[in-house]
Design a protein around this ligand. Structure first.
Ligand SMILES: [Zn+2]
Ligand SMILES: [Zn+2]
Length: 338
């Protein structure tokens, strides 16, 4: 059995669940863990049966609930290595220091190392003669530490020399697996083929999934559709494709000029026009379902995206086979069964 459920789609969070036989894959974790679980339950999906999480890229609308969800379910997360590294960097507090502070730090570390060496040799000399005075000193020290622990602590700079424990490290995951764009891999009962997409992230990908002879593709967050992506979006049963903005609404809309430029760029997002152009001229018309996804709430209307795609599909001989659906931001889409 193959089933595809969009939980959320848009700039406030993206997530979908693919069930392929006994394997259940969460594609992106763009909502909080709590909201992901709530939507899965609404859609009739059991969160506790998820097998793995796959990440397309490190933008917040795709990873918001990642760490909490992976930890709670104790399941592996699949990334490309650059995406994983970019995600870890995002979560690691930055510390900016001046040259004077750096010199001071070096001095402090040197003094610390010297003190440690001295203490080690002193300990070696007196290891067999610990007297009552030392015990007393130790007790006083322990008491002071307890009082300190009870009192509110001032904000302090993170100690970068300390290796964070699991609880302290926001990027700690139960298990991380790397994949490479262009190379397929098996994940339980599904074959996954990640492919590179043009987008302003470290190493963004789309996916083609195959299971029980059914092929599904997820392609959102791309500035345009290059030949390698066109190649991947063939012979599909389901196509989940971005239709981000209406060009006029974006041009006249509230975004600052530089953000408009970013969205329109070749590493931004697909407009209704670009998607419908692809559907009219390049798409082979074979999918039973075409889902328009990642619609902007600011710069698009579901009806505009639908009209553009419908017009494109009208010219298709196999129009009857294509069911056009729109994925929403605030509610899951009804599951699609194959
Ligand atoms: Zn993105
Ligand atoms: Zn996105």
């Amino acid at each position: 059995m193959v089933r595809f459920t969009v939980l959320s789609s848009g700039s406030k969070g993206n997530s979908a669940v693919l069930t392929a036989g006994r394997t259940r894959i969460l594609i992106d974790a763009g909502l909080s863990c709590r909201e992901l679980f709530r939507r899965m339950t609404i859609a009739g999906e059991d969160p506790t049966t998820l097998s793995a999480i796959l990440i397309t890229h490190e933008h917040s609308d795709h990873i918001n609930g990642l760490a909490v969800t992976a930890r709670k379910l104790n399941i592996p997360v699949f990334f490309t290595e650059p995406t994983h590294r970019a995600w870890v960097r995002q979560l690691t507090p930055k510390r900016r220091i001046t040259y004077a502070q750096w010199l001071e730090d070096q001095q402090r570390l040197k003094q610390q190392a010297e003190a440690d060496t001295q203490a080690a040799s002193a300990f070696n000399e007196s290891a067999l003669s610990i007297d009552a005075a030392t015990d007393e000193a130790y007790d006083a020290e322990a008491e002071a530490a307890e009082v300190l622990a009870d009192s509110p602590q001032p904000d302090s700079e993170p100690d970068l020399n300390k290796i964070p424990s699991r609880a302290e490290d926001p990027s700690w995951l139960p298990s991380v697996e790397y994949f490479a764009p262009g190379s397929h891999f098996t994940l339980g009962d599904a074959t996954v083929r990640p492919f590179t997409i043009p987008h302003d992230a470290a190493d963004p990908v789309g996916f083609v999934f195959e299971s029980e002879g059914i092929r599904l593709a997820v392609a959102t967050d791309l500035g345009y559709i290059p030949p390698n992506v066109k190649q991947e979006l063939r012979s599909l049963d389901l196509l989940h494709i971005e239709s981000n903005h209406d060009l006029d609404m974006l041009r006249d809309g509230p975004y600052p000029w530089n953000v408009k430029q970013r969205v329109l760029s070749r590493v931004g997002h697909l407009s209704n026009n670009s998607t419908s152009e692809f559907l009219a001229n390049e798409y082979d018309g074979q999918a039973s379902y075409v889902i328009l996804a990642h619609l902007s709430e600011c710069n698009n209307l579901p009806e505009l995206a639908r009209i553009a795609a419908e017009q494109a599909l009208q010219n298709h001989a196999s129009l009857i086979a294509n069911r056009l659906l729109i994925a929403y931001q605030h509610e899951p889409l009804e599951s699609i069964h194959f």
